[in-house]
Design a protein around this ligand. Structure first.
Ligand SMILES: Nc1nc2c(c(=O)[nH]1)N[C@H]1C(S)=C(S)[C@@H](COP(=O)(O)O)O[C@H]1N2
Ligand SMILES: [Mo]
Length: 388
């Protein structure tokens, strides 16, 4: 961070860039009668207002009031214009190293056994500057990816499944200094092992209703426990192949530079964005009579959690309680913490989550020592609130 630039200025600049500064008038969702909102002092005044000029929709996490994000508030982001696809004329192509290439209509897919899964995820570019608003949680309905792969019969030579969206745009590929510009679709791949696991879903509904245009209507891939970029919207084609897929959105744009101990040495190396790194966020604080209630959420890759803790100012870490309404493996997990004895004035609250494999949410200093690039920022997010 540049010295001389305050945190608030930084936040304003990046919010303006993201196109989210808008109309004033944010209001909390319905509160119990004896419940009063406690304002965050780290949220710009106009944050969270819908901005029709932006193709990004930020979810104002202060509005969380249940396990599922409503479809019309669900965060949304994409790289190109949103393609409008007529569901009645739609079919999903499946080709490449398969025994029976197929074109599957929406009716074909709906006729297959469906499953429902609660899954929460965030954009790998989500950050404290957006008040973690590129995150949401929903109940998804669709067909297990592996059922479709079984239907077409994957040949033994196949090692990857590539998922193509219907959206595309000009892509500049530099080859040893010479630029080549062609249109390329948004595309991502999964190894066959990841694709045949029980999680991935070809989803046609969110929270019980058909996908909206923003969510990738009529069909999208959903990879529970992975960053949002894996969830290819406006899915039009699946191709099975033996070679690695190295398209921009797989191999170049969504990667992270890490420092790790490899063979006894500290090595910097790049990885693809894939599984969610465990993260917790304090989302809202209310006063209820003489005490304060803190609500937050956890995003993770499905590994069971050991627990969430909350720290007030310079106090000790204290255990928060996981809300039983969000106990699906891949759901985000809501947590609650009762804060007693808050004195009037500004306070700092921060949360920290740990999973059973011992992955602990790092501080931002700890993370920046081992990661140089901007994606996959799961660092602890200290919040400031003003107690009246
Ligand atoms: N076809 C297509 N799918 C896409 C994208 C895109 O640009 N095109 N963006 C990805 C990214 S970066 C994210 S974070 C998620 C966002 O999904 P959502 O808008 O439903 O929340 O979609 C992913 N799927
Ligand atoms: Mo993303």
């Amino acid at each position: 961070m540049n010295s001389g630039t305050t945190r608030r200025e930084m936040m304003k600049q990046s919010l303006a860039l993201a196109g989210v500064m808008g109309v004033p008038g944010w209001a909390l969702p319905a509160l119990a009668q004896d419940e009063a909102p406690v304002p965050f002092t780290d949220v710009p005044e106009n944050f969270g207002q819908p901005n029709p000029a932006s193709s990004i929709r930020i979810y104002d996490v202060r509005n969380i009031d249940g396990p599922y994000t409503p479809a019309d508030a669900f965060y949304t982001i994409q790289h190109f214009d949103k393609p409008v696809i007529d569901p009645s004329g739609f079919s999903l192509g499946v080709s490449g190293l398969v025994d029976r290439p197929a074109q599957l209509s929406l009716d074909d897919l709906r006729a297959m056994d469906s499953i429902e899964i609660d899954a929460g995820y965030e954009c790998s570019g989500n950050s404290r500057r957006l008040i973690q608003g590129l995150a949401s949680n929903g109940r998804w309905t669709g067909v297990p990816l592996r059922a479709v792969l079984d239907l077409v019969g994957v040949k033994p030579a196949a090692r990857e499944a590539v998922f193509f969206g219907a959206d595309k745009g000009p892509e500049r590929v530099d080859f040893r200094g010479t630029p080549h510009e062609v249109d390329q679709p948004f595309a991502r791949s999964l190894s066959l092992a990841d694709g045949m696991a029980s999680g991935p879903l070809l989803a046609y509904a969110l929270n019980g209703a058909p996908l909206t245009l923003e969510q990738g209507s009529p069909l999208r891939l959903l990879v529970p426990g992975w960053y949002g970029v894996s969830n290819v919207k406006w899915l039009s084609h699946i191709r099975l192949q033996s070679e690695r897929f190295v398209g921009k959105w797989q191999a170049r744009w969504y990667r992270t530079l890490w420092s790790e101990e490899i063979g006894g040495e500290t090595v910097w190396h790049e990885t693809e964005v894939s599984r969610l790194r465990v993260k917790s966020v304090i989302a809202r604080v209310t006063r209820v009579g003489g005490r304060h209630e803190v609500l937050g959420f956890v995003l993770h890759d499905g590994t069971p959690l050991r627990g969430v803790q909350v720290k007030v100012d310079d106090g000790a870490w204290q255990a928060a309680t996981l809300d039983p309404s969000t106990n699906g493996q891949y759901s985000w997990k809501l947590f609650r913490f009762t804060w007693t004895g808050a004195a009037p004035g500004e306070h700092t609250l921060v949360s920290r989550v740990t999973d059973v494999n011992g992955n602990v949410q790092p501080t931002s200093d700890e993370l920046s020592a081992i990661k140089q690039t901007g994606l996959e920022d799961n660092s602890q997010f200290p919040r400031t609130v003003m107690v009246a």
